[in-house]
Design a protein. Sequence first.
Length: 180
Amino acid sequence: MSVLIGRAGWAGVARLALAFLPLTIVGPAGLFAQDEYAVSLPVGSEAPAAAVQDLDGNPVELLDYIGERPTLFEFWAIWCENCEALQPQLDLIQETYGDRLNVVAVAVAVAQSQRRVRRHIEEHEPGYPYLWDDRGAAVRAYEVPSTSVVVIVGADGRVAYTGVGPKQDLLKAVESVLGS
């Protein structure tokens, strides 16, 4: 296997493994606040600024999506099986609540390219924007330890929900934030 990955590739594998290390060390008791899947920023904290790009390379600020209505951010990757498992929920949320809630996918720049993300959008037509976190600014600002992290920010700019993994009940979380 080392012949296939090569010396530079192992460094990338090591960085990716380190990104997931907090979840394995801290575990549910220390990391997850609102339920066993909570992760990222504390609920009630103010959503931070984070400069990312749209898929054409234009600068975008995540705070621009917050204000008039709540926003659901998913930290996503094309290779993430957990993200794929969340996709039906996100599609349903967009279809059902897209007029009352922003859905935004933040594509992490780990083992994927903007071109692959564009291809995914063309194939799946999600109906909401995908942004490119080329330098990890959003990942750091939102304290995201892995992909499939979802952060819902209320219209007041405060974190209302965080979760990770495929077993999140995002519909319930959105309905709670919307008061439905």
